[in-house]
Design a protein around this ligand. Structure first.
Ligand code: DX5
Ligand code: ZN
Length: 214
C-alpha cells in the first residue's frame, strides 16, 4: 500500500517544511483547485514548479480545474511525476491522457462520487492511475462517502479483468478508521490530508495508515 499525503491540509506558509515531515510516505498529492470546477481555490503552476524542486518525493498533481485539456500538460512540464485530471472536466480525455504520457508523466484519471466507474472503462488502457473521489472534491477533512467502497471494488475488478497495472488511488476521508476498508476494497494508494497533517505527528500517522491497510 502506498500513502500519498495531501498537502491541502499542510501549512501553506511552510510547505517545504511540511514536505520534509512526510518524507516517509511514497508520493505527494498536490490539490490544484480553480474555484470553477470546485468551490475552492488553492495553488497553481508557479507553486507546483517550486514544490517539485524541493520535494523529496514524486508529486501527483490532482487537477480539480476546468479545462484540463488546456492546462494539464503544463503540470507535466512543471515536473509532476503524474498528472491527474477529472473525467467530468475533460472534453477529450483520450487525447489528454495520451498527451500526458507523451510528456513522459503518468496519466491519472479522477472520478467524482456521482460518476460511475463504468464511465472510465474505455479509458483504462490510456491511463496509469485511476483516482476514486470518496468525497465531493473541494475541501479536506470530510467524511468518506460509504458508497465509494463499492466503487473501489468495482474499479479493482475492471482493472484486474483487463490485466492492467493501473494504480487505484482513493481520495477523501481516508484515515485510521477507514483505511482498512479502502485497502480491502482494492486500493493501492491512500490519499490522506487531515489525518496526516492534522495529527501532530505526520510520520506516525503515515505508519498507522500503512499498518491499518496491511
Ligand atoms: C479534496 C481533495 C483531497 C483532500 C483529502 O477535494 O482532493 O485530496 O485533501 O483530504 P482528507 O484526507 O482530509 O479528506
Ligand atoms: Zn485530491
Amino acid at each position: 500500500m502506498r500513502v500519498a499525503p495531501s498537502i491541502l491540509s499542510a501549512d501553506f506558509a511552510n510547505l517545504e517544511r511540511d514536505l520534509r515531515a512526510v518524507a516517509s510516505a511514497d508520493l505527494i498529492h498536490v490539490d490544484v483547485m480553480d474555484q470553477h470546477f470546485v468551490p475552492n481555490l488553492t495553488i497553481g503552476l508557479p507553486v507546483v514548479r517550486r514544490l517539485v524542486e524541493v520535494s523529496p518525493l514524486p508529486i501527483d498533481a490532482h487537477l480539480m480545474i476546468a479545462n484540463p485539456d488546456h492546462w494539464a500538460p503544463a503540470y507535466a512540464e512543471a515536473g509532476a511525476a503524474s498528472v491527474t485530471f477529472h473525467l467530468e472536466a475533460s472534453g477529450a480525455p483520450v487525447r489528454l491522457a495520451r498527451e500526458l504520457r507523451r510528456c513522459g508523466v503518468g496519466a491519472g484519471l479522477a472520478l467524482n462520487p456521482a460518476t460511475p466507474v463504468a464511465a472510465a472503462v474505455d479509458l483504462l488502457g490510456e491511463i496509469d492511475l485511476l483516482l476514486i473521489m470518496s468525497v465531493e472534491p473541494g475541501f479536506g477533512g470530510q467524511e468518506l462517502i460509504e458508497r465509494s467502497l463499492a466503487k473501489i471494488a468495482q474499479a479493482r475488478q475492471l482493472i484486474d479483468s483487463a490485466g492492467l497495472a493501473i494504480e487505484l488511488a482513493v481520495d477523501g476521508g481516508v484515515d485510521e478508521t477507514t483505511a482498512r476498508a479502502v485497502a480491502d476494497a482494492g486500493a493501492t494508494i491512500l490519499v490522506s490530508g487531515a489525518a496526516i497533517f492534522g495529527s501532530g505527528n505526520p510520520a506516525q500517522a503515515i505508519r498507522r495508515l500503512r499498518d491499518q491497510a496491511a
